[in-house]
Each structure stands twice: as C-alpha cells, then as structure tokens.
Ligand binder design. Structure first.
Ligand code: FES
Length: 261
C-alpha cells in the first residue's frame, strides 16, 4: 500500500498552507486587473457617454454596441450603455472561471490551491442558493444573450470597414476585429455553450445530425480548455479598442494615420 505523504503546514498570519512558492501573486494580480476593469467601465459608462463614436467612420466603442442612439433612448444626458451593460456584466459575473477568480482574489475562499480559507475551519459550503451568489444559476440565460451580443460585435467589425468614401481598412477596424474575435472565442468556449451543443445526448453516433453535434462539441471542448485565456483576452481587447476610439475622437490620433487601405 502506498505510503501517505503529509506536507508540513506553514502558518503565515491567517492563511495556513504547505506551499513554498509565491501563491499570492496570481490572486493579487487578478484582483488588481478586475478592480481596474470595473473602475474603467464605470468611467466609460457614466462620464464618457458623449465619446463613443468616431465621425466619418462606423467605429463605435464596444461598450456602446449595439448603437442605441436611434431616437428611442429617452433620457437626455444618460448613458445608453446602461441599457446593455447588465448583459456582459451578468455573463462575466456568472462565468464559471470568473467565479473561481473572484472567490480567490476577493473573498480568499480559498485564495489558492492548498491554502486555507479565511473563514472558520468548520465552515460548510451551502451551495449558491442565497443572494448574491444565487444569480450564478442564471448563467445559461446570460449565455444566450451574450451570444446575440457576440453577433452584434461581429457586425460592428464588418461595419468598421465602411467609410464615407467607400470600403477600407484601418487600425480601428483591426482592433474592433480583435474585440469581436476574442469575445466570440470567450462566448463559444463557455461551459453553457458546450452543454447546448453536445449536452443531453445518450449516443454520439446514432444518426448524422447527432454526429454533427458530436463534432461541434469536440470543437467547443477544445475552445473550452482555453476559456480562462479568452476571458482575459476579451477584456483586454475591449479596453484597447475603447481607448483607441477615444484617442481618435479627441484627435490624439488622426484618421489619416488610422486608415491603411
Ligand atoms: S462564460 Fe465562462 S463558463 Fe460560461
């Protein structure tokens, strides 16, 4: 019978652990990144609601997509992004990977593998059945909405090739393309997508339609293995595209520089 190895437990203040690496670096960086993203989003939504479209192009900040300035947005001076932001927010908040991140980075519950929680030793996990964690059970519905949003962002990419003098391609088109690409990879690699595509089947080879679902499931499964990367890349590409659009609006970068073709 194999001998059980017990590692020595180290008590660094509140956290007991048996690790000798810098286990706290990752949750710390994640907490900084998520906090930065939240503050940036609040600034964009509440204080930059007049700065999201570049004249002479179809460039639009991904925070404000789809463009709701179609005459029915009723409240003067109130950000139209507010009507949409709950969709990506809800999708990310309920994301399985994001849950791991914020439970580790903000709640230290636990902060890393093989590190103790801050809560009492005998604390019992009671499931996600109380506010605010109960919202996590809505993830599959947020997935359907995020899927629609993904299509809108892909359309935005194609629209970004339309200029006043015809079809073209600029740095803005490329950045909006990255935003659409990484959002699509993030949405399509979602666990709920995997279930929609290949879940609820007893047999993968029974007929052609089921076999097609099996092949799609294998593809989504491959994407799903990199879901955590797409989570961060989609956040990064969203912010980069938004910053670039603000630089164009404020004439820090000219449209001549932007336009390649
Ligand atoms: S978006 Fe992360 S699991 Fe669905």
């Amino acid at each position: 019978m194999a001998e059980m190895i017990t590692l020595p437990t180290v008590d660094h203040g509140e956290f007991k652990h048996s690790r000798n690496d810098r286990w706290w670096v990752r949750p710390l960086l994640q907490a900084v990144a998520i906090t930065g993203f939240i503050f940036y989003s609040l600034w964009v939504i509440f204080l930059e609601s007049d700065n999201y479209k570049v004249e002479g192009t179809h460039y639009i900040s991904p925070f404000y997509s789809p463009d709701l300035e179609l005459g029915f947005w009723p409240i003067e001076g109130f950000s139209p992004a507010l009507l949409l932001i709950w969709i990506p927010l809800g999708f990310r908040y309920t994301c399985y990977y994001a849950r791991k991140v914020y439970h580790r980075a903000f709640l230290a519950d636990p902060p890393a593998c093989a590190v103790s929680e801050l809560r009492k030793v005998n604390h019992k996990y009671k499931g996600e059945n109380k506010l605010v964690f109960i919202v996590s059970n809505l993830h599959r519905y947020f997935f359907y909405l995020a899927f629609v949003l993904m299509i809108v962002h892909i359309i935005d990419f194609f629209l970004a090739m339309k200029f006043e003098d015809g079809i073209g391609f600029g740095l803005g088109t490329l950045l909006l393309g990255f935003d659409a690409l990484f959002l699509a990879l993030y949405v399509l690699s979602c666990h709920s997508c995997k279930h929609v595509v290949g879940g609820g089947l007893d047999c993968f080879s029974c007929n052609t339609a089921v076999n097609a679902r099996y092949k799609s499931w294998k593809f989504v499964k491959k994407l799903n293995e990199n879901h955590h990367k797409f989570f961060w890349l989609s956040l990064l590409s969203l912010i980069v595209a938004d910053i670039y659009i603000k630089l164009l609006i404020n004439d820090v970068i000219s449209l001549e520089f932007d336009r390649w073709i």
